[in-house]
Design a protein around this ligand. Structure first.
Ligand code: CA
Length: 442
């Protein structure tokens, strides 16, 4: 395989980065071609798991449209002095790497940046290792990046909580009394989290479509998506100890795109009084690339002003949000694509640091590879609502797609694709996409 070597497409002055966020230090371009507007310039260096024909699944990174197999780099001895066990590069999830902790993962990302930098010839001039390590993303199968430990889902978008509360209880009582005091969440199901691209069957279950009549059993008629991101943790602290807001980000490996599929009719009947269950746990889709908080650092921004200061253990410290543009696309079975929502991670009322601080304030331990999802991220504007429930206002306002057809919820054969990226001063860092098709009920 030959690897295209091109002129760097970014101007150095546009890519000045802090050492914290630029793996490899000051380098600003790669000897590997990076298409304009790629989510994956050398400043990103995300982590994932990829396999290909005659090639086992290994930890990888991605630059432009090229996947870089860390297993091959490790075998060539290019990653041997980082304090990371060699076998961690030959596994089928990122967990073994993540167990080495944040300093080791920072060193690894730094090293990958150096090896891919335009001014470094170590890998560029090593044809055998280059051939073993680099392959086009189009030739790869991208897998679930981590073996998910525990999965927690929050409910941290004020706009989403307000919209849903308004639909079910009216605008006066939309937010429950606790909502502005704590990041509401529940424990989800890790076993049914699937890799991007995995189709899911429409779930069946018990519903009560007419309030005065007995419940019925059947395929959900209100299949929905939830536009979310998730963050993945390192090992945290032992049971009984608390992670503070100040410490929280040191325990976070990175973020992924996340679609928390929901069957609204099953959910609305079953959720009282203990919360989400079968309307949620039939499947959630995770993006292939874990983008580190270091890569997102240039896009750090303030979260929305709190209505009042929460209790001291939840008080924010500085800018804890990130400016990540998010979009959701519905593709019909015939192939017509419509962007149905444009939102942004920065709208979340509760930050990841506050979520993690709240999750552990009672001494609950987190483990390496836990996934904590944001909850549906709705924008203030109706064009940025993060679910069909809100976009069609519980089915009362069908949305019109590009081909003229209408949707209240998701039809069989529809594909939902979510994308996310940050962009500022000519630098773009993105997540790629998370995608899934809904198949008919079995
Ligand atoms: Ca959710």
């Amino acid at each position: 395989m030959t690897t295209p070597i091109s002129q760097p497409h970014r101007k150095p002055d546009l890519c000045a980065m802090s050492d914290n966020s630029a793996p490899g230090g000051k380098q600003t371009s790669s000897w590997i071609e990076t298409p304009a507007h790629s989510d994956f310039p050398i400043q990103n260096i995300p982590f994932g798991i990829a396999s290909a024909k005659d090639r086992a699944a290994h930890p990888c990174t991605r630059i432009g449209d090229t996947v870089v197999d860390l297993g091959a780099l490790a075998k060539a001895g290019l990653l041997s002095d980082l304090g990371i066990a060699p076998e961690a590069f030959q596994t089928t999830s990122l967990n073994a790497l993540m167990r080495h902790g944040k300093p080791a993962m920072r060193k690894l990302r730094q090293r990958l940046g150096e090896l891919l930098s335009a001014d470094n010839g170590t890998l560029r001039n090593d044809a055998a290792t280059r051939t073993a390590a680099l392959l086009p993303v189009a030739d790869c199968t991208l897998h679930l990046p981590i073996e998910v430990g525990d999965y927690t889902d929050f409910y941290s978008s004020r706009e989403h909580a307000f919209n849903v509360g308004t639909m079910f209880r009216g605008p006066e009582n939309a937010l429950m009394p606790n909502w502005l005091h704590l990041p509401v969440g529940y424990h989800g199901r890790a076993s049914s989290i699937v890799a991007s691209g995995t189709p899911l069957h429409r779930p069946k279950g018990q519903m009560r479509p007419k309030p005065d009549e007995p419940p019925v059993f059947g395929a959900s008629k209100q299949m929905d998506f939830e536009l979310e991101t998730g963050f993945i943790t390192f090992g945290g602290k032992p049971l009984g100890q608390h992670i503070s807001v100040e410490e929280a980000e040191e325990h976070i490996f990175g973020m992924v795109l996340f679609n928390d599929w929901s069957a609204r009719d099953i959910q609305s009947w079953e959720y009282v009084p203990l919360g989400p269950f079968l309307g949620k746990n039939f499947g959630s889709s995770m993006g292939a690339w874990v983008v580190t908080l270091d890569a997102l650092e240039p896009f750090r921004t303030a979260q929305p002003e709190p209505e009042f200061q929460p209790l001291p253990y939840l008080q924010g410290h500085g800018k804890q949000a990130f400016d990540i543009a998010l979009e959701t696309v519905l593709t019909t079975p015939e192939g017509s694509e419509t962007v149905i929502s444009r939102s942004n991670f920065k709208h979340l009322y509760w930050s990841m640091a506050q979520q993690l601080a709240h999750h552990t304030v009672n001494g609950c331990n987190i483990r390496c590879g836990d996934l904590l999802a944001s909850g549906t991220i709705s924008a203030p504007d109706p064009s940025g609502y993060g679910s069909m429930l809100e976009l069609s206002w519980r089915g009362t306002k069908p949305i019109t797609l590009a081909d003229g057809s209408e949707r209240k919820f998701i039809n069989d054969g529809d594909t939902i694709t979510m994308r996310g990226h940050c962009e500022k001063d000519g630098l773009r860092i993105g997540f790629g996409e998370v995608k899934g098709t809904i198949l008919p009920a079995l």
